[in-house]
Write a protein that binds this ligand. Structure first.
Ligand code: ADP
Ligand code: MG
Length: 256
């Protein structure tokens, strides 16, 4: 089973510690949620685990191999990163955008049948086949977000690291995305997502990592990680875990 890990991972920017000696070991085949207040360092952590951000000290490794030392093409074959605010530079058709997710696999030979099949599967999984020939500029924000999920899946990665993938999706499509992430994890993919919706995190994740001010406050199964004490220390709110008809919920009562 593939393992993504970091040891004493520290990122300093302009003399400020963005991440302070974070050590984690994350197994594939699970959904891991990273939560924490704005500015906690979630995106920076995900960027380091994707090999896109070099730490100031410490290391991030995929199966023991330093991510910043891997050839970008080899890394991209195994690990897909979905940024929080992806930029789409050109007015291209949605299918063409999804095909870009196959880039690490396409050599001088050009696209082969297996590439087309992988793009078909990724678009079906993200439920965006109907937008195939739409210019991405004309899609709504949520539709575009789903096309970008399809692009990330087109490379059939072992790891999917998605920074706030549910932001901008309506409730139905949030549920679809949660189901998709679960299915990927059941198929053995390592799914790491940052989320703001704590109730979604509780329901979606096998494990929740709570970050605050660049440090790990909790790293546990969902109901343990999101304890009232951790929520108070992380967010400065009084909140409690309750149960609704759809499952567990975090009820945020007031600021501490
Ligand atoms: P989160 O995703 O949890 O909101 P980020 O990882 O984006 O947090 O950022 C953590 C902190 O680091 C924030 O205070 C942010 O302003 C700061 N930060 C991130 N990147 C830079 C940068 N390039 N220069 C200065 N500060 C940065
Ligand atoms: Mg962020």
């Amino acid at each position: 089973m593939s393992v993504l890990s970091c040891a004493d991972l520290t990122v300093d920017i302009g003399g400020k510690a963005i991440l302070s000696a974070v050590s984690l070991s994350i197994e594939a085949g699970k959904v891991t949620a990273v939560v924490g207040p704005n500015g906690a360092g979630k995106s920076t952590l995900l960027g380091c685990l994707a090999g896109l951000h070099a730490p100031t000290s410490g290391s991030a490794r995929l199966d023991g191999v330093s991510l910043t030392g891997m050839r970008p093409r080899d890394r991209a074959k195994r690990l897909a990163f979905l940024p929080q605010t992806p930029e789409i530079a050109w007015p291209i058709e949605a299918r063409t955008l999804v095909e870009l997710g196959r880039t690490p696999f396409i050599g001088a030979r050009g696209q082969a049948g297996e590439d087309h099949a992988a793009v078909d599967r990724a678009m079906a999984a993200a439920n965006v086949t109907e937008f195939e020939h739409r210019i991405v500029d004309t899609l709504s924000g949520g539709e575009r977000a789903r096309v970008l999920i399809a692009r990330a899946l087109a490379g059939e990665p072992e790891w999917l690291l998605a920074d706030e993938p549910l932001t901008g999706l309506d409730p139905a499509h949030q549920l679809d995305a949660a189901v998709l992430f679960r299915r990927l994890a059941d198929d053995g993919v390592g799914v790491i997502v940052t989320l703001h919706d704590l109730s979604m995190a509780l329901r979606m994740a096998d494990r929740i990592i709570v970050l605050a001010e660049g440090e790990v406050l909790a790293d546990d199964p969902p109901a343990t990680a999101l304890s009232p004490d951790v929520l108070r220390r992380a967010y400065g709110v009084e909140a409690t875990l309750t149960h609704g008809p759809g499952g567990p919920l975090i009820d945020v009562i007031r600021r501490s």
